[in-house]
Design a protein around this ligand. Structure first.
Ligand code: DGY
Length: 327
């Protein structure tokens, strides 16, 4: 490590966008743990030097890393998901945790609609059909015409998890003349859409079931074989939250057996691994976890990561503080 400067020392446990790394380095004495050949030995020798830590929703922070940083005061995480952050360990030490909610609502909601339209109308499959030259021979015995899709406008949209992003998705749905219902453990005060206390009943009712509930132990495999069967052969499943919310093995079986009409998936249980069986299926759209991945939104997230860190280290407060751990 470079000799100590008067600037706060901040560790990062991942590579960040170059512009964010440059901005952080202009204000703090930054160090990348991933550059260390032996991170454990590095932490044992230098862990006490750091007061800040930058991470992401995808990489997260466990209790072992928090323990290895005895002077840590603040964690600033890139992303809205908290399922990989050990909030309880941070809370026990009085460490503040900042994250980046709100700024990604629009892009995640947009992508949910992208997946709905793609799964229902077969955009990706139709693109593959054109590229392989099948359109040229359409109607001949060698090539069937591209199959008809299903209508999104006017359909029934069930939302699982009516938080900030879920509400944004619900508002988008009015532009598609969809009827909306949602499932949360409790009704959301002031929400204009009907609350459905039973997830099974919501799945039975919906043409499109969009999952945007937070990940973590409380929602693990919330969508199981029974929910998929309730959605049924005319229903589509869209997941823009966390792979863990769905029993992925049950989903693979439902798609292979066509017990649901199709799925649009931005997230998986063991990213970046995608179940092999899904790769050959045309009734599922597979994306590499890109819901917040636009230039504008990633910039806004980067700004929030910086602002959380700077505000905490200068004034002891955060722009966006993570909620306390559940339970
Ligand atoms: C988030 O912000 O939580 C995204 O899903 C990236 O993990």
């Amino acid at each position: 490590m470079t000799p100590s400067s008067s600037r706060p020392r901040v560790l990062q446990n991942l590579r960040l966008m170059p512009a964010l790394e440059a901005r952080l380095a202009s204000a703090f004495d930054m160090h990348r743990l991933t550059d260390e050949a032996d991170p454990k030995a590095f932490l044992a020798a230098h862990g006490a030097a750091f007061t800040g830590l930058v991470t992401s929703a995808a990489v997260g922070v466990d209790a072992a890393l928090i323990d290895a940083l005895p002077k840590l005061r603040v964690i600033s995480s890139f992303g809205v998901g908290l399922d990989k952050l050990d909030l309880a360990a941070a809370q026990r030490r009085g460490i503040a945790v900042g994250y980046t909610p709100d700024v990604l609502n629009d892009c995640v909601a947009d992508l949910a609609f992208g997946l709905m339209l793609d799964a229902a109308r077969g955009l990706s499959a139709a693109d593959r059909y054109v590229r392989r030259g099948a359109w040229l021979g359409a109607g001949t015995p060698a090539s069937a015409p591209f199959p008809l899709g299903r209508k999104v406008s006017g359909a029934r949209l069930g939302i699982v998890g009516l938080g900030r992003i879920g509400s944004t998705i619900a508002r988008r749905a009015s532009g598609f003349d969809m009827s909306v219902r949602y499932h949360n453990r409790r009704p959301v005060e002031g929400a204009p859409w009907p609350h459905e206390p039973s997830l099974l009943a919501l799945a039975e009712w919906a043409d499109y079931l969009v999952i945007i509930a937070a990940g973590g132990a409380g929602t693990r495999h919330l969508v199981d074989a029974e929910v998929l069967d309730a959605l049924g052969p005319r229903g589509f499943l869209i997941n823009v939250s966390r792979g863990s919310v769905i029993d992925e093995a049950a989903l693979v079986r439902a798609l292979v057996d066509k017990r649901i009409a199709g799925a649009g998936l931005d997230v998986f249980e063991h990213e970046p691994q995608v179940p092999q069986e899904l790769l050959a299926l045309d009734n599922v759209v597979l994306l590499p976890h890109i819901a917040s991945g636009t230039v504008e939104t990633r910039q806004a997230m980067a700004d929030r990561v910086f602002d959380n860190l700077q505000l905490f280290l200068s004034e002891g407060r955060l722009v966006s503080a993570a909620p306390p751990p559940a339970g």
